[in-house]
Ligand binder design. Structure first.
Ligand code: NA7
Length: 547
């Protein structure tokens, strides 16, 4: 398609830089969106990124043990066959530095850096309805005008540091895992406290325990975890994967969670106890997130789920030597995988170490942080370093931080005060020409993220190409379509056990005051992609297109 290229340095009135599209964020989504808009559609596009480097979520999450829970060969882009063939993953699960090397390679290989502006935090965006353009401002005082605003800000990028009395007076050092210092933290000889036992705390605890003099883990809710069984990727396996990539990618796209493995067609309740045990044991030995694919109904039937939950509980009792500690580590208040299921390398084993203490802060809540450490209702724990693995203001946090104002100046924060309302997770009524990659109401965090990201980026690019081909200037989700979609998102969640985990970040429950709404779309990646494809094929019903 022929398109007029506009030099991004060109300035309009009041030195506003004029572009076709602004993309916020230089992680997986931002990189690919830039490539597609610029190199396939010929748009002038620029990525604005707050960090001093590319990588998005992985740029910030450098905590000890940071590793992806998806396997490396499919936690990757599928859009370039050459990239697939030339990149060599070294381990079953990619560690944070390896993901950073990969994304930096992608940025170089596709010559993306010249259109990525680092250390540029977007502080506001408002829609100019007369011009059908977004005016985007940055912390450095720059202004951009773009027809399209595309958020590629990730779902887990706004750190949640709980407001605990006394933190300011803590005499030691403290860190949140999602804002980890680039120079690293040396735990040698230190007494370390770790608050939080989600995926992050479960990855970090074993690594910190090996280095620190002492580790105290403050646990509010015990969690299920399955061994990751990480290891080196051998050359033969790598070759096989490269040969199989077309099928691997097709399988990921046709799956519920964006992973290239099959969900068993069987119900857990149809298997005999012995057979079930054998299948769970095999899945436990194989390790990883595919444990939840052992039976088809682990996420839809409480009784079926209980068989898996009970198996993991028995494993915890088997691994942890002290029965009282094992009991405290045993989850009872939610079904397995109703919260994001962690996978681990020696997490439960870590509690057999002499230098590790588990503190149950549900039984004895944290009352304050003192200059010396953490005081619970039972005792004071003296610490040199405190690590918050307390998660994120997930999904909506990073979007609301942009202070987006749509038609008539209406703010996204106000519109979403009772929870996010989108159409397909891609657009919000009242916010024309704004696309939200992996936004709330899309499968996003319930999937292998690159699968979800590529589907969104391609859909957005096709939509923009459609508009340009017809001289259309503006696209906006209708309120009616959004209402219906929100209802469908709720139905999809309620057909699963996911809403049963009352403290889950899927529900926003980890951030005090945040509305409790199930945010991601639980209907599955394949079903969701088919709906999006149909909408595009039918000429975008549910959207209003205009000149
Ligand atoms: P999560 O999964 O939100 O876990 C946060 C953990 O921190 C969880 O155990 C929380 O307990 C705990 N937490 C949060 N606030 C407090 C306070 N105030 N006191 C004690 N404990 C607290 O975040 P992660 O970073 O582990 O994982 C996020 C995602 O990143 C993960 O799912 C993957 O997709 C990658 P709670 O369970 O709420 O009682």
């Amino acid at each position: 398609m022929a398109m007029t290229q506009i030099d991004p340095a060109e300035t309009g009135p009041q030195h506003v830089k004029i572009l076709d599209a602004i993309i916020v964020g230089a992680g997986f989504s931002g990189l690919y969106q830039l490539h597609v808009l610029r190199d396939r559609l010929g748009l002038s596009a620029r990525v604005l990124e707050a960090g001093a480097g590319i990588g998005g979520t992985w740029y910030w999450n450098r905590y000890p043990g940071a590793r992806c829970d998806s396997e490396s060969y499919y936690y990757s882009f599928s859009f370039s066959k050459e990239l697939e063939q030339e990149w060599e993953w070294t381990e079953r699960y990619p560690e944070q530095p390896e993901i950073m090397r990969y994304l930096n390679h992608v940025a170089d290989r596709f010559d993306l850096r010249r259109d990525i502006q680092l250390e540029t935090r977007v502080t506001g965006a408002r829609f100019d309805a007369a011009a059908n353009r977004w005016l985007v401002s940055t912390a450095g005082g720059e202004e951009y005008s773009a027809q399209f605003l595309i958020t590629a800000v990730g779902c887990l990028s706004t750190a949640n540091v709980p407001k605990i009395k006394g933190l300011d007076a803590f005499a030691g050092r403290w860190y949140h895992t999602g804002q980890w210092p680039h120079e690293g933290v040396d735990f040698t000889g230190q007494r370390v406290g770790l608050i939080g036992t989600g995926s992050t705390g479960i990855q970090a605890a074993p690594v910190i325990a090996e280095q620190a003099a002492h580790l105290t883990v403050f646990q509010r809710t015990p969690n299920y975890s399955v061994p990751a069984r990480n290891g080196p990727m051998d050359a033969e396996r790598r070759q096989q994967i490269k040969a199989d990539y077309p099928e691997i990618r097709a399988k990921s796209r046709a799956s519920t969670n964006g992973h290239p493995f099959d969900l068993s067609p069987r119900s857990a309740l149809d298997a005999s106890p012995e057979e079930r045990e054998a299948l769970y044991e095999a899945a436990w030995q194989q390790g990883g997130l595919r444990f939840r694919a052992t039976f088809r109904d682990l996420l839809s039937d409480v009784q079926a789920n209980e068989t898996a939950s009970a198996f993991i509980r028995s494993k915890i009792r088997e691994i942890v030597h002290d029965p009282a500690v094992a009991e405290r580590l045993t989850p009872v208040d939610h079904p397995f995988a109703s919260k994001r299921p962690p996978i681990d390398s020696n997490y439960f084993e870590t509690f057999n170490r002499d230098n590790v203490l588990l503190v149950d802060v549900r039984a004895a809540p944290i009352q304050e942080i003192t200059p010396l450490g953490v005081r619970t209702s039972d005792a004071e724990y003296k610490l040199d370093i405190l690590v918050f693995a307390t998660g994120f203001d997930a999904m909506t946090g990073p979007l609301l931080a942009l202070d987006i104002r749509g038609e008539d100046g209406a703010s996204l924060r106000d519109l979403w005060s009772a929870g996010p309302r989108t159409y397909l997770g891609l657009q919000t009524a009242g916010f024309p020409n704004l696309f939200t990659i992996t936004g709330p109401g899309s499968p996003s965090v319930l999937t292998n993220m690159p699968t979800a990201i590529e589907q969104h980026v391609d859909w957005i690019a096709d939509c923009i190409a459609y508009m340009r081909g017809r001289g259309l200037q503006r696209i906006e989700a209708t309120s009616a379509a959004s209402d219906q979609w929100v209802e469908h998102v709720n139905e999809a969640a309620n057909a699963t056990l996911l809403p049963m985990a009352s403290s889950s970040w899927y529900l926003g429950a980890n951030v005090p005051g945040k509305p409790r709404v199930f945010m991601p779309y639980a209907g599955g990646m394949a079903k969701y992609a088919a709906i999006c494809e149909q909408v595009a094929a039918d000429g975008y019903p549910g959207f209003q297109l205009g000149r």
